[in-house]
Structure formats: structure tokens, C-alpha cells
Write a new protein. Structure first.
Length: 267
């Protein structure tokens, strides 16, 4: 190799490698993470095909048992030199309920390398709201959350010590709003999401009493509009994938600059 030739970038995460457990049929989490990810940090996804929550409580709720896909993925991650791993699934935290995040972190921590930090999307959201000073978040939910899941979400966020406002469940428009919630993702809405109507709906509906916005759902495409919403609403705007990347970077000891995806990365 001549002195004037440099190797091409290969996305090797020499500064940090982060493992992310994601829904088996989703593309949004990886796409958004790679869009936001700073140089010299790599993201490694393990796909989980299981119903939420991805770990099941035992009879007395003293511990959880990981679903087989999650167990197997954690064992695979144990062979990698990862700085952090995250359960990238809002619904698991929400439906798991109080204590689920901590119990699942404990279960996975017993499998991966001792130096690998373990977190969940729920823990990441709580950490981000605390750092951003958001105490009355306007909760925005994906259209595939049914009424029971939406109610569980509000209960879950209240349990994090905040006073959530809302929620707003995004209206995906004609042709989709008539589809039952549980059929939207299987019928392809995850790959047909549009950010412009989401931006307009959040901007129009955000109440004055909310001191920030939290967009839940790691499969909910939205990071492209975070900066624009913050400028318009003059409040912090957080999203599921954004808070997990931010928190994982900090758990891995990385303070890299990330711009264009909300003020959270400057905290």
C-alpha cells in the first residue's frame, strides 16, 4: 500500500460496540441508529421473534425468564466485546410493568460479559427525561398500539416518576386507520411510515402544559423530525431509538458529538 493510500472506512467500532435486541421483522431501529451513530461506534442487532414482554415473570414476580430468542441472542452477544446491550423494545418495558426492566437487566447481565452494560428502552427513556428536565412529557404512540397498550404505556410512564400528558396516537391516514391495530405492522405499515404527517400532528396537538415530547416505540420512524419539532415547540423532543443510543453511548463511556437529532445528545 502506497503512502498516499488510506484504508476505506469499515465501520469498525473501535471506540464502542453496542448490541441491540430488536423485533425480528423491523428495519426502523437499525436505520435510525446508523443515521445517528457517531464515528468509531458500531451497532450490532439481534432479532427477537417473541410476543411482548420478551421476558416472563415467575409466579411471585421475583425474577423473569427470558424468551428463547432473547436468551439465545444474549448468549451470542456474550462472545462479542460489547460496551453495552439494550432491549430495543418499548412494548416489553411497557407491558412488563413495574420492576420488569431491572429484573430483565439482571437476567441478561448474568449471560453477557461482566464489563458489558445492560439496559432497556424503558430505563433509557427515564434517564433521558431526567437529563433533559422533562417532567410532563407529551406521550406520542405509534398507531399499532391498541387501547390496552396505550393505557399500559401511560401507567408505565407515570411509574417512572413523571406526569405524562396525552397520549396522542398517530393517525396513519386513509387506508391504514381502518386496519385493526394488531394488523397494521403485519400488513406493512412499518415500511410505509411517513414523517411529515407525524411532524404536523405532534406540532398541532402538543399541549401548552407539556414540558417536552416523548415519542415511544422503537419501530416508530421519527428521528428525522426531532430537530424541527424542538425548534418549533421550544421544548425537548425525545424518541425511543434516540434515548437508547444516547444512553448506551454514555454507558459505554463515549462522549462523541452527535448533531441533527435533538438537544439530548448535547447533555
Amino acid at each position: 500500500m502506497s503512502g498516499q493510500t488510506r484504508p476505506s472506512p469499515d465501520n469498525w467500532g473501535w471506540q464502542a460496540r453496542i448490541g441491540m435486541f430488536i423485533v425480528s421483522s423491523e428495519a426502523v431501529p437499525e436505520a435510525e441508529w446508523w443515521a445517528m451513530c457517531p464515528p468509531h461506534v458500531s451497532v450490532h442487532a439481534a432479532r427477537v421473534a417473541a410476543k411482548a414482554p420478551w421476558a416472563r415473570w415467575n409466579a411471585d414476580r421475583s425474577a423473569v425468564t427470558l424468551e428463547p430468542d432473547l436468551q439465545r441472542a444474549a448468549e451470542h452477544f456474550a462472545g462479542m466485546r460489547l460496551g453495552a446491550v439494550v432491549i430495543g423494545h418499548s412494548s416489553s418495558s411497557i407491558l412488563g410493568g413495574a420492576g420488569w426492566d431491572a429484573a430483565t437487566v439482571a437476567a441478561i447481565s448474568g449471560i453477557v460479559r461482566p464489563e458489558t452494560q445492560v439496559t432497556t428502552n424503558g430505563i433509557d427513556g427515564q434517564a433521558a427525561m431526567l437529563a433533559a428536565g422533562v417532567r410532563r412529557p407529551f406521550i406520542v404512540l405509534p398507531p399499532w398500539f391498541n387501547d390496552a397498550t396505550a393505557e399500559a404505556a401511560m401507567t408505565y410512564y407515570r411509574g417512572l416518576g413523571v406526569a405524562p400528558v396525552g397520549p396522542l396516537r398517530y393517525d396513519p391516514g386513509r387506508g391504514w386507520r381502518e386496519v385493526p391495530h394488531g394488523e397494521m405492522y403485519p400488513q406493512g405499515l412499518g415500511f410505509e411510515q411517513e414523517v411529515e404527517p407525524l411532524y404536523a400532528q405532534i406540532r398541532a396537538a402538543c399541549p401548552a402544559e407539556a414540558d417536552g415530547v416523548f415519542i415511544a416505540g422503537t419501530g416508530f420512524r421519527c428521528v428525522a423530525i426531532l430537530d424541527a419539532l424542538e425548534r418549533d415547540l421550544q421544548r425537548p423532543v425525545l424518541s425511543a431509538n434516540q434515548v437508547s443510543l444516547w444512553h448506551c453511548l454514555r454507558l459505554a463511556g463515549v462522549r462523541a458529538q452527535v448533531s441533527g437529532y435533538g438537544s439530548l445528545f448535547g447533555l
